[in-house]
Ligand binder design. Sequence first.
Ligand code: COA
Length: 171
Amino acid sequence: METKTPSESRTVITDLVLPSETNAIGNMFGGELLARMDRAASIAAGRHSRSIVMTVAVNHVAFNKMIPLGSVVTVEAQVSRAFNSSMEVFMDVWIEDRESGMRSKSNEGIYTFVAFDKIGQLVSVPQLLPETKLEKERFEAALRRKQLSLVLAKKMSPKDATELKALFTEE
Ligand SMILES: CC(C)(COP(=O)(O)OP(=O)(O)OC[C@H]1O[C@@H](n2cnc3c(N)ncnc32)[C@H](O)[C@@H]1OP(=O)(O)O)[C@@H](O)C(=O)NCCC(=O)NCCS
């Protein structure tokens, strides 16, 4: 079975926030950030699987900081776990201060992609071998997130979500 590391899928997209991408009070429109995250995540999932990929779920996004017009926004995406045909992609979003060049984290996001061949059949993807402490933590938690996403989508019965249930049961 082929394996890949998270760094092999690492994708970084940096771009400005333009006036047409802001809301009524001059901050970045949430949907614009979601689209940038989807593009970065899609490239990361494609690099991992070397297949055609599609977003199947947006598992989590929180907008923790306002991002003003003119900001330099960087989305960093990498595969955090691979299952059979699906892959979880974790994203970190950074804003760069134009004067100091200092970067601060604005938010994180987690999307799930599936891999297809040219005739639209789901295909297996390489397994992921996490290396760093953070990669290992994200890898470990990904199965719980997959189960939660499947339960919410009514594609899994809560009784079968064993990893997820373990979070709520005392040792
Ligand atoms: C992706 C799609 C084929 C999945 O259909 P499905 O009937 O759920 O197929 P399966 O049950 O075989 O699931 C395929 C994989 O996706 C995973 N998956 C499906 N729905 C999921 C969800 N809501 N959250 C997380 N993973 C999900 C399954 O667990 C499975 O993963 P695995 O092979 O690694 O175990 C179907 O939902 C689809 O075509 N969606 C449209 C995608 C799209 O157009 N995206 C662009 C956005 S506009």
